[in-house]
Write a protein that binds this ligand. Structure first.
Ligand SMILES: *Cc1c(COP(=O)(O)O)cnc(C)c1O
Length: 355
């Protein structure tokens, strides 16, 4: 794929060393953009100054929500290399999401190339302080000016970059989680396993409610029985019960996380029994009562590992790990970030260098 590069004449100031890099608030100097129409396919790949996008008010994305997004990070290694973490997984998931939403797929190598070239152009924006990284947000949306309901015939694929610190203000401090048993996020057969805005707008009401109650995240139960655990807002969820690592199996309504996949692999490499299966909230509550709910943590690109210190399910409150960070949570965080930062040996070949 040929990518035309137009550099900005008015570069912004880089964030200062003491800038807290609040998640998703600062954007770099450039963006990647590429167009699609049915006759030319994907074409006109370019890196241009970060700027507003002009769209017709009738553009289909505004009306029927045909759009998808991804999220991954570039890390500054101690030896000066800039590393991506498993970008091929994001490329594959993009195409799965595109298929589900009737959007055109992007060749995996083009997807990864676009990210690499853009990060290269804005390399100076990859922050160096511990716990920081350059968040990469690829997204595709429907642009045809048409109010009828059908798949769009034109699209844009855009990538923007944002230097970030911790996703949750808590950092690695345990979060408090609200178990939602009224609203639901997704159902099997719907779009729960696609990375798309529709799943997020469906989640806002419960998130606002949870925040009002002093909880930082919502844990979703299945949409049919309100009984089986699904996932947290933007993270998959893991439980350590009597030394066994348990996570809900991918059932069609859960997002298949790259971090989830990596955590399962590491735990298995370390000799843990890992069970991907249905797990009910009653089982979690019983394990807590029996004193064998050893750890709970969320996994996702943004926070990497997010220990859960407290869960509320209706009238039941559960404190986990005395509200502290569990051993496995800490070990997973150290190992994943160690690999991402090029400090630990990358035996699974997960990192990709940007040259
Ligand atoms: C992106 C996302 C995750 C985490 O996926 P990663 O690939 O690990 O970042 C989990 N749940 C939802 C709903 C998501 O959108």
């Amino acid at each position: 794929m040929d990518i035309r590069i137009e550099r900005t004449n008015t570069p912004k100031d880089l964030p200062g060393k003491d800038n807290p890099l609040v998640f998703g608030t600062i954007f770099t100097d450039h963006m990647f953009i590429m167009d699609y129409d049915t006759s030319k396919g994907w074409h006109d790949a370019r890196i241009v100054p970060y700027q507003p996008i002009s769209l017709e008010p009738s553009a289909m994305v505004f009306h029927y929500g045909q759009e998808m997004f991804e999220g991954l990070k570039a890390y500054q290694a101690e030896d000066g290399r800039v590393l991506l973490f498993r970008p091929d997984m994001n490329a594959k998931r993009t195409n799965k999401t595109c298929k589900r939403l009737c959007m055109p797929e992007i060749p995996e190598e083009d997807f990864v190339q676009a990210i690499k070239e853009l990060v290269k152009v804005d390399k100076a924006w990859v922050p160096t302080k511990e716990g920081t990284s350059l968040y990469i947000r690829p997204f595709i949306f429907a642009t045809s000016p048409f109010l009828g309901v059908r798949p769009s015939t034109t699209y844009k694929f855009v990538i923007i970059l944002s230097p970030v610190g911790a996703y949750y203000p808590e950092g690695l401090d345990p979060v408090k989680i609200w178990i939602e048993d009224d609203y639901v996020r997704a159902v099997k057969g719907g779009i729960g396993e696609a990375k798309t805005g529709g799943n997020y707008v469906a989640s806002l009401k419960a998130q606002v409610k949870a925040h009002e109650e002093g909880f930082s995240q919502v844990l979703w139960l299945d949409g049919v029985h309100r009984k089986y655990i699904e996932e947290v807002g933007a993270m998959n969820i893991f439980f350590v019960i009597d030394k066994v690592v348990v996570t809900p199996k991918l059932n069609g309504s859960i997002l298949p996380g790259v971090t989830r996949d990596s955590v399962i692999r590491l735990c298995k490499d370390w000799g843990y029994t890992v069970e991907e299966r249905k797990i009910s909230i009653d089982e979690v509550y019983q394990a807590h009562k029996d004193g064998i709910l050893e750890e709970v943590f969320g996994t996702g690109t943004a926070a990497v590992i997010s220990p859960v210190g407290y869960l509320r399910w209706g009238k039941h409150d559960m404190q986990v790990q005395d509200g502290g960070i569990g051993n496995l949570s800490q070990k997973l965080y150290d190992s994943l970030t160690g690999i991402q930062l090029g400090k630990l040996q990358d035996t699974n070949n997960w990192t990709v260098e940007i040259e």
